[in-house]
Every structure is written in C-alpha cells, then in structure tokens.
Design a protein around this ligand. Sequence first.
Ligand SMILES: C[S@@+](CC[C@H](N)C(=O)[O-])C[C@H]1O[C@@H](n2cnc3c(N)ncnc32)[C@H](O)[C@@H]1O
Length: 291
Amino acid sequence: MSMRTPFLTTAHGMLFAGDCLDLMATMRSDSFDCVFADPPFNIGKDYKNGYNDRQSKEDYFSWCFSWIHECGRILKPGGAFFLYAIPEIAVRFAAEMHQTLLFRHWIALSMKGTFPRGKKLYPAHYALLYYTKGEPKTFNRLRLPIPTCRHCGKDLKDYGGHRDKLNPAGINLTDFWDDTSPNRHRKFKVRPGVNELKLMIPERAISISTEPGDLVFDPFGGGGSTYQAAENLHRNWVGAELFDCQHIARRLEENFPISCAQEPPTSVFECFTCNEDHSNPLLRRLERKSV
Ligand SMILES: C[S@@+](CC[C@H](N)C(=O)[O-])C[C@H]1O[C@@H](n2cnc3c(N)ncnc32)[C@H](O)[C@@H]1O
C-alpha cells in the first residue's frame, strides 16, 4: 500500500487505497473546507474485508481520537466536520471534538428496522455531529419541499392555518432528519456488507457547509457515497479506503465516466505536503509529465 499515488483520480477528486491516518500524515494543516466521516462503529460488524470491528473499547477510542484530531488539523479555519455515528459512541466523539472545535448541531437521523437489546429503549436515530473549526465560514440554509402524502398528494400538516405564509421554496431543514431511513437498500449497494449511506446524507452536509470548487475529505470510503455526492455537487474531494477500492471505482465510473478519465485541479494536490522523498502526488505528477 502506498500513499504516493492515488488509486484513482477524477476531474474533482482522488482516492487513495490505504489507511486514512497514513494519508492524513501527508496533508497540510488548514486545507479542507469540509470533512465527512462515517467510521466503523466497533459493534462486531462483518465488513467482509478482514476489518476487525470488535476491538477493545480502549483501543477503538484511542484510534478514533487520533483520526478525529487529524481531521480537525487538516480543516481550514471555519471548515466543517460532520461525523456520523450511533449515539453511544457519538457522545464520546462529541466530547473529543468539543475540546478544539465549535459545536453546531447533533443532527438526529431517523433509523428504522432495528430492535431493542437488553433493558434499552428502541433505538430510532443515528447522530450526525456537526462541528466547525471556529465560526463557520460557509453556512447555506437548505430548504426541503413541503411534505405531502404520497397517496393523495395533500399536505401532511396543517401549519396551524398559516400554510399560505410558508416560503414557496420549501421548509427550513431542521436538526431532525426523518427522511433518511432506511440505509441504502441491499440491492442498490455497491459493496455488500457495508452500511452505505443514503446519498442525501453526505449531499446535505456538503451543501450546508461548502461552495462549488471547495475541498471535501472523507477518510472512510466504504461504498463511496461522499465521493459521489461531491462529484454531483461540483466539489473537489480526497478519500481513503483501507480495503477494497474497486467498488468505489466502479460506482464513479458508472456515474461519471467523463470525470473519471481526468485529473483534479492543482488546488486539490495542494493539500499535500511537499516531502523530500517526493511522496507528494503533485510532485509525482509533475515528474511524470516532465519525462
Ligand atoms: C461505515 S463504512 C463507510 C461507508 C460510506 N460512508 C458509504 O456511505 O459508502 C466504513 C469504511 O471504513 C473503512 N476503514 C476502516 N478503517 C479504515 C482506515 N484506517 N482507513 C481507511 N478506511 C478504513 C472500512 O473498510 C469501511 O469500508
């Protein structure tokens, strides 16, 4: 595994096959406008790729705090850090992020199809932590279509008789997203065994916190949802996946065949440090071109 050359490039981004911590070690501080991370939760899930998702709690959180710290370091001032997790670990992540970053929201995403374990309530949400590195530099207020009944087409709520006062552009997105469940259906997943997020989740995070041309990092590629979202929204991106990158490559090639034949703009390469051993992909690219 090498962090010297990307596994693939597109007109907007590049994916590295390897450990996100190794990759982040080659990145400059203050480089990214947004980080979106959906890590393994250490709940014994079989990722079908050899990843050990049942470490001791101590080892797991120590590893998580390392990449959380690195993600904070590579964010630009005012950049946004979205971290997706189940509530039990999200509280620990939030405490860590709170030390250096500014809390914006604990977004609750509704989750269905689970079951209560032991003496617990029925778990019905995931957390999407939203922090920024100081005051946010970008905050785009998103609006959603006014919800209607999918059978009769009528409004689901009566808005207390003030329906006519609603903004025709839609209702403000809140910190409770009840249209995100369930996860991507198995038959639409690019990688069996991986909890691929619905595309709308990284799309919303990216839309809220960045502008076209901004740079997004996702350290845990999985099925590549964040990279597809970034391509759709014309944001630049960098990604890592420790195990199988082929699924991500296939997904991007199917959806963005023209973009996949290209290289990202120079600004994307600039997030890497220039090391003497020429591990900066920009240097390698320039070397290749000058041969
Ligand atoms: C929950 S999945 C991400 C799913 C992704 N958000 C999507 O919607 O497709 C987490 C991924 O992180 C990968 N992973 C685990 N440890 C890693 C590491 N140290 N560096 C990079 N990727 C890692 C796993 O192989 C897995 O594919």
